[in-house]
Design a protein around this ligand. Structure first.
Ligand code: CA
Ligand code: CA
Ligand code: CA
Ligand code: CA
Length: 256
């Protein structure tokens, strides 16, 4: 069983104030739910009444004063929640979800756009390889004000994937022009502006140690571990821990 030692946080840095307002809030579900045998629920105000609701296995549990009664979402493909993001910028939380496993197959990846009080409707995704998703991250990687999706797959023959959002929750595979043309064995991915140049980079664990993909104007350089000590590569979090204005990293080796 994989047991993660710390929760990860996704940080968005260096985007404009307008983009930051549009891109908040960010919630990334993580594997502990699944490692414990609990299907990953998502928490957000899905029905827009000001209270935090629960979404799990295709059912919405609206929060009515602390009581949660399931309501079918009428979106049959809404399986295990990965995260909640406002993909179409309408102020309502949308969802990223996959198949019922701790490492969903990329082919099962789906975006549910919030149309409550009606239902979720599917955003458009390109065909993706049949391989489990080792790591994923959602952030505004091309700095155009909407959430994009980065994927790192398990199968050795796969390449990193970047799906660019058109602003309405429809995604295009832009990997060939933006991602390194090599398999990247990432266990988890966090988006953060590590070099403080205004764009969102990707910090990876398990590749095999900490490594990062530098965002160079919307295209990512090959993974580099040169700036990191060896042997730290499973649980991590990113924040400005010493208050000096740049992003610091807490990491923990799986074997320690
Ligand atoms: Ca609510
Ligand atoms: Ca939305
Ligand atoms: Ca974007
Ligand atoms: Ca950067």
């Amino acid at each position: 069983m994989r047991l993660w030692l710390a929760a990860s946080v996704s940080l968005l840095s260096g985007v404009s104030v307008v983009a930051q307002q549009r891109l908040a809030p960010v919630v990334k579900a993580h594997e502990p739910y699944l490692a414990l045998g609990i299907v990953a629920p998502l928490f957000a105000d899905f029905d827009g009444d000001g209270t935090v609701d629960v979404l799990e296995r295709g059912a919405l549990f609206p929060n009515t004063g602390g009581h949660f009664a399931p309501v079918p979402t009428r979106f049959a493909n809404l399986n295990v929640g990965l995260g909640t993001f406002d993909f179409d910028g309408d102020g309502r939380p949308d969802v990223l979800h996959g198949s019922d496993t701790s490492y969903p197959n990329a082919q099962s990846l789906a975006v549910g756009l919030n149309r409550f009080p009606g239902a979720f409707v599917a955003g458009t995704l390109p065909a993706l390889p049949s391989s489990s998703i080792n790591a994923w991250s959602v952030a505004d990687f091309d700095s155009d004000g909407d959430f994009d999706i980065a994927l790192f797959l398990y199968s050795s023959g796969t390449l990193p994937i970047l799906l660019a959002n058109d602003g309405f929750g429809n995604f295009t595979d832009v990997s060939a022009a933006t991602m390194p043309a090599q398999h990247v064995n990432a266990e988890d991915a966090i988006a953060a502006d590590l070099d403080a140049d205004g764009d969102v980079d990707l910090l990876l664990t398990g590749a095999p140690s900490l490594a990062w993909l530098e965002n160079q104007g919307g295209a990512f350089a090959a993974p580099s571990a040169a700036r990191f000590p060896p042997g730290y590569g499973y649980a991590f979090a990113v924040a400005d821990l010493d208050g000096d204005g740049d992003q610091d990293i807490i990491a923990n080796d799986f074997d320690v």
